[in-house]
Design a protein around this ligand. Structure first.
Ligand code: F6R
Length: 243
């Protein structure tokens, strides 16, 4: 695990964007794994400003809320169009996200089949939840799992209520890529910024691997870069902060 710590979130976001652009330049037909959430906004903004072609890229997102149609402003379909897809030359038919409406069981198997057909992912971008989730694999998740339906934990619902206005309007279920699939990605870049992530980051890196902190399984991946700002790194040992 490579750990890179920066003074500010902007520096961390730019470093993560540079790792992505290096991947796209080295392999223009890479299969990319995208994440959403507040942490990624700066990464996507940086990517949109680069002289970089995504036209041969295929991409998979980690997750989508169950119950939100793709045109819902809080859906991850909408987020990806708003913050990335509408600003780069990626081809819409090569951008895959789980669909949050319709028959969930059919959608899960459709998405897993697509991942099986086009995977493994070359570079998976990840954020981290305050409870150590990756994708929407919440504490207790199967560390070898595939695409599935998941219940969002109260802490995740509370954290994401900032986008919805109230906790009551946050969907309480999602479809998420499983940890088993995430772990097959050739490279992983995890970005964590802000003091609210410090405990989860410390558990991910310094505690033993446990489903209580799903991100801890990333210790077993052999090509992962964890990119942090100073606040997110604050609970790490000094030795790890300097690594
Ligand atoms: C979203 C996702 C989540 C987020 C995490 C952090 O696609 O996979 O794991 O990365 O919840 O979200 P923010 O960045 O909003 O704190």
């Amino acid at each position: 695990m490579i750990i890179k710590t920066f003074q500010t979130p902007i520096e961390a976001e730019h470093y993560a964007a540079d790792l992505i652009s290096a991947q796209v330049r080295a392999k223009p037909n890479s299969v990319m794994g995208w994440a959403t959430g507040g942490t990624m906004l700066g990464v996507y903004k940086a990517l949109c400003g680069m002289d970089l072609s995504f036209k041969d890229i295929r991409a998979f997102n980690l997750d989508e809320y169950i119950g939100l149609p793709p045109d819902h402003p809080q859906s991850y379909h909408f987020y990806m169009r708003q913050h990335l897809f509408d600003h780069i030359d990626i081809s819409p038919d090569r951008c895959h996200l789980p669909v949050g409406i319709g028959d969930t069981a059919i959608e899960i198997s459709r998405y897993q089949d697509l991942l099986r057909t086009y995977g493994p992912i070359d570079l998976q971008l990840l954020g981290i939840g305050q409870n150590g989730h990756i994708g929407f694999n919440e504490p207790g998740a199967d560390l070898d799992g595939l695409t599935r339906k998941t219940a969002l934990s109260p802490i995740t619902i509370r954290a994401n209520s900032r986008y919805f206005g109230t906790a009551e309007t946050v969907p309480n279920e999602a479809i998420t890529m499983g940890i088993g699939t995430i772990m097959t990605a050739r490279k992983i870049v995890l970005l964590g910024c802000g003091a609210s992530k410090a405990d989860a980051v410390a558990a991910m890196i310094q505690q033993s691997v446990t489903p209580d902190c799903p991100a801890s399984v990333l210790q077993r991946h052999d090509d992962i870069t964890v990119v942090l700002d100073k606040a997110a790194a604050a609970s790490l040992s000094l030795e790890k902060q300097r690594a």
